[in-house]
Design a protein around this ligand. Structure first.
Ligand SMILES: [Zn+2]
Ligand SMILES: [Zn+2]
Ligand SMILES: [Zn+2]
Ligand SMILES: [Zn+2]
Length: 543
């Protein structure tokens, strides 16, 4: 990827090598897939190098965050009104449009992109270097600049009514309980010594004053305004930051129709990110309150004739990776005999060596056969379509993978069956050893002693799982061994091998091992609790 900001006078040499490169790759792809490399040649060809203009258009927009500060504590420039702040925030855009720091920040972000910004979908970028603060200093709106507020507990009088005497000033006498009399020492009654028979005494709470000092304002009738910290002022802070709204446009009006078709086949974005073109980004200009970064993508295309086994295939070669477009999918016909052989293999019960040889003559089929040992069909299909784009259709790529698997299952059908039986015997032996031997009784006793009796069913389940896995892998191992013997050496060496799929018998192993396991659980001592539960649920009673 070029990093310069100037377009070279002459396109790089590699732009003119794309037809040759395409021919060499085509030869590599077809070699071993029904042809030899030397049967592929490049015929007449003509290469053109196109300059595709584009622009990244950037608008700057202010974002305003506000905060309230106590007192007269301005930050940044002090302005008078909110409207003035808004006008300044908008007005500063013009300066930032021409700011070299802003340009540098925008360029840095584009450089982080795989395509240097070419074809990048619309995006927003917060600008770190464009920030400003403004303040408006105002009277405190709560106290209106007075620094204090009327006490709301006493209605700014400094006094509150006495709650004990309810503003009467007297309360019932606590000695005679309001009767005015008490027992005389010699018997009979006498006037109360405390209230002298008046039944009431002065309120001890307010000493007869009927009201008390307000505790909230300490009797002052005013409290300090907390909103302004008793300063009488408030500062409204406006923190202005800017973000860039960036949008890329390919200037299609300057690109010929047939070149646009190539561009769309590759994808505008991919042209840059996948390196089909060289991308040049020039210095920015200011236009209509926008920053404009001009781009040029330098993209080679070639019209070329490929001679394949004497027949001519015209095609378009596009981009620095020599992508083939508009070419007949010639590989379909070439590998068809191999796919037919795979199909016949899947029909017959016996593996015919001639059919295997016929199928394995093709590189792509050998790749599928060996790849399916250890990889999924989807993975192998994806690898094949990536390896043979344009020259192999989706239909044939799918058939290659599909019939490779069916043929492989058919070739190894007998060993797979053997694996199923051996595996089932192993699973049965495992179950019998567990349920009928002393091992389970000992384990149950140990788990019960450890207070883990609830985990006994899990242990029983683990034994079944072990039996199932033993069956599943015995099928795979035996099938793998059989395939190793049958398939030619070059299949085995094609890639690192795993085990072939277990096929339908792998699924059948599931109910089979479960049935054996259940049957043996019935005879276990001590009897598994979960068996009784199941039987009870089914209303089956037993001894
Ligand atoms: Zn205030
Ligand atoms: Zn009294
Ligand atoms: Zn009182
Ligand atoms: Zn008060």
């Amino acid at each position: 990827m070029a990093d310069s900001t100037e377009l070279p006078d002459q396109p790089d040499e590699r732009h003119f090598e794309i037809a040759q490169n395409a021919a060499e790759r085509l030869a590599r792809q077809l070699d071993g897939n029904g042809l030899k490399a030397e049967q592929v040649r490049l015929g007449r060809h003509e290469t053109l190098v196109h300059e595709l203009p584009g622009q990244m258009i950037v608008a700057l927009k202010p974002d305003i965050a506000t905060a309230e500060l106590k007192g007269k504590t301005p930050r940044g420039e002090v302005l008078r009104t909110r409207d003035e702040v808004m006008a300044r925030a908008e007005g500063d855009v013009e300066g930032y449009l021409a700011d070299a720091n802003v340009h540098a920040e925008l360029q840095q972000e584009m450089d982080r992109d795989a395509g240097r910004g070419f074809g990048k979908p619309d995006y927003r970028q917060a600008l770190q270097c464009a920030r400003n603060e403004f303040s408006i200093v105002d009277k405190c709106s709560r106290c209106n600049g007075e620094t204090t507020l009327d006490c709301n507990q006493c209605g700014h009088t400094g006094h509150v009514p006495c709650p004990q005497c309810n503003t009467v000033g007297t309360v019932q006498c606590p000695i005679c309980y309001g009767t005015g009399q008490q027992d005389a020492p010699g018997g009979g009654k006498m006037d109360c010594k405390r209230c002298f028979g008046k039944r009431l005494v002065t309120c001890p709470n307010c000493q007869g004053q009927r009201q008390m000092r307000c505790l909230n304002c300490n009797g002052l009738g005013q409290v300090n305004c907390v909103d302004c910290g008793r300063s009488g002022y408030a500062t409204h802070l406006f923190q202005v930051s800017y973000h860039a709204e960036c949008g890329f446009q390919l200037e299609r009006q300057f690109i010929p129709q047939e070149v646009q078709e190539v561009v769309d086949a590759l994808g505008v974005r991919n042209i840059a990110t996948e390196g089909h073109a060289e991308i040049f980004r020039m210095n920015p200009q200011i236009e209509n309150n926008r920053i404009v970064f001009p781009f040029t993508a330098v993209l080679p295309t070639a019209r070329a004739d490929f001679q394949v086994a004497g027949k001519t295939y015209p095609a378009t070669v596009a981009g620095l990776h020599s992508r083939l477009l508009e070419i007949e999918p010639m590989m379909d016909k070439l590998i068809k005999p191999g796919i037919n052989a795979l199909f016949k293999l899947s029909k017959g019960p016996m593996a015919s060596e001639a059919l295997i040889d016929a199928a394995c003559r093709y590189k792509v089929i050998r790749f599928a056969l060996s790849g399916l040992m250890g990889h999924s069909k989807r993975q192998i299909y994806a690898r094949i379509t990536k390896e043979y784009p344009a020259i192999l259709t989706e239909k044939y790529a799918k058939a290659t993978v599909q019939y490779s698997e069916v043929a492989m299952l058919a070739i190894a059908a007998a060993p797979r069956k053997r694996g199923f039986i051996i595996g089932a015997v192993i699973a049965g032996a495992l179950d019998a050893g567990w349920y009928l031997g002393p091992l389970r009784a000992q384990a149950v006793a140990a788990m019960t002693a450890a207070g883990k009796a609830a985990q006994v069913p899990a242990a029983d389940g683990a034994v079944w799982l072990a039996g199932f896995l033993a069956t599943f892998f015995t099928i795979k191992v035996l099938a793998g061994r059989a395939l190793k013997d049958l398939l030619p050496e070059n299949v085995k060496n094609e890639q690192k091998q795993g085990l072939p799929p277990a096929g339908a018998l792998g699924y059948w192993a599931l109910p089979l091992t479960a049935a054996v396991w259940l049957a043996l659980a019935f005879f276990a001592h001590p009897h598994p609790g979960w068996i009784d539960m199941i039987l009870d649920k089914l209303h089956i009673h037993h001894g």
